[in-house]
Design a protein around this ligand. Structure first.
Ligand SMILES: Nc1ncnc2c1ncn2[C@@H]1O[C@H](COP(=O)(O)OP(=O)(O)OP(=O)(O)O)[C@@H](O)[C@H]1O
Ligand SMILES: [Mg+2]
Length: 255
């Protein structure tokens, strides 16, 4: 592959990814690809299969069928290489309450096998980017939700991964903190990373996502840019377009 082609090759590829829990087909043949410098929004109602899809991509769950690669590494067979390439954060990730943000991040850096000097450098740079220097020495247990979230995003990015996967990162945040996360992700995209972003907040998707995938009952019903989704559905806003896609899916795919 030429250098130019390699530079534009998708960083995340899913093909027919599937996962069942007992009688529930949580994810059913999901396929999509995300390139560096692109934010892919995953939208779906509660229980649609978003978190299950993301957990398979970050090697926390094994797919039953299909395959996925991150930076060319197979999620089912090359877990360690995949984990080096990906940062994962969810809105409900817990911090270690008795550590300060710096101690917490140092601990995670060492767990990742990063060299001590590099960990310190990365913490200093992320502290500036995410602006958490003001509470760097307070215990994580006493931080607000938004403050914790910044530290958690720093944890996901500590090893400087080319792929960032975020599952409802702004849940519980006020509008100022949520806006900070959204603006930060614009910078992450500008740095050439591939981002997958799952949320229920339509305005964030409209603002941020280059392409959107709508998942319902485990199936990816459509993918496209916002204008493509609006054109497909004949609607003039994402919420209505989303509801239309889900409604059509419920009729077609009722099980
Ligand atoms: N560990 C598990 N054991 C059993 N069922 C599960 C498990 N994880 C998810 N499921 C089921 O799989 C389906 C998809 O769940 P998932 O968490 O992926 O949805 P989601 O799209 O992330 O929803 P939400 O918007 O509520 O976070 C649901 O029916 C859920 O109950
Ligand atoms: Mg979820």
């Amino acid at each position: 592959m030429s250098e130019a082609a390699a530079a534009t090759a998708p960083q995340v590829v899913c093909e027919g990814l599937s996962r069942r829990f007992g009688g529930v087909q949580a994810v059913d043949g999901v396929s999509f690809a995300v390139r560096g410098g692109e934010i892919f929004g995953l939208l779906g109602p509660n229980g649609a299969g978003k978190t299950t899809t993301l957990r398979m991509l970050v090697t926390l769950l094994t797919p039953d069928a299909g395959r996925a690669t991150i930076c060319g590494h197979d999620v089912a067979r090359e877990g360690e290489a995949v984990r080096r390439c990906v940062g994962y954060q969810t809105g409900d990730t817990q911090l270690y309450e008795r550590l300060t943000p710096v101690e917490f991040l140092e601990y995670f850096g060492r767990l990742q096998g990063m060299e001590r000097g590099l960990v310190r450098e990365r913490i200093a740079s992320l502290m500036e980017e995410l602006d958490f220097g003001g509470y760097r020495d307070r215990l994580c247990g006493g931080l607000s939700t938004g403050q914790k979230q910044r530290v958690n995003i720093a944890r996901a990015l500590l090893h400087d991964p080319p792929v960032l996967i975020l599952d409802e990162p702004t849940s519980g945040l006020d509008i100022v903190s949520a806006h900070f996360v959204v603006s930060f992700l614009e910078r992450v995209r500008a740095a050439g990373r591939a981002v997958i972003y799952s949320t229920h907040i339509m305005s964030e998707v409209e603002l941020l996502c280059d392409r959107i995938g709508v998942i319902h009952r485990g199936r990816l019903l459509t993918t496209g840019t916002l204008p493509e989704l609006l054109a497909q559905t004949g609607e003039d806003g994402l919420t209505r377009a989303f509801l239309k896609v889900i409604g059509a899916g419920a009729g077609e795919g009722a099980r």
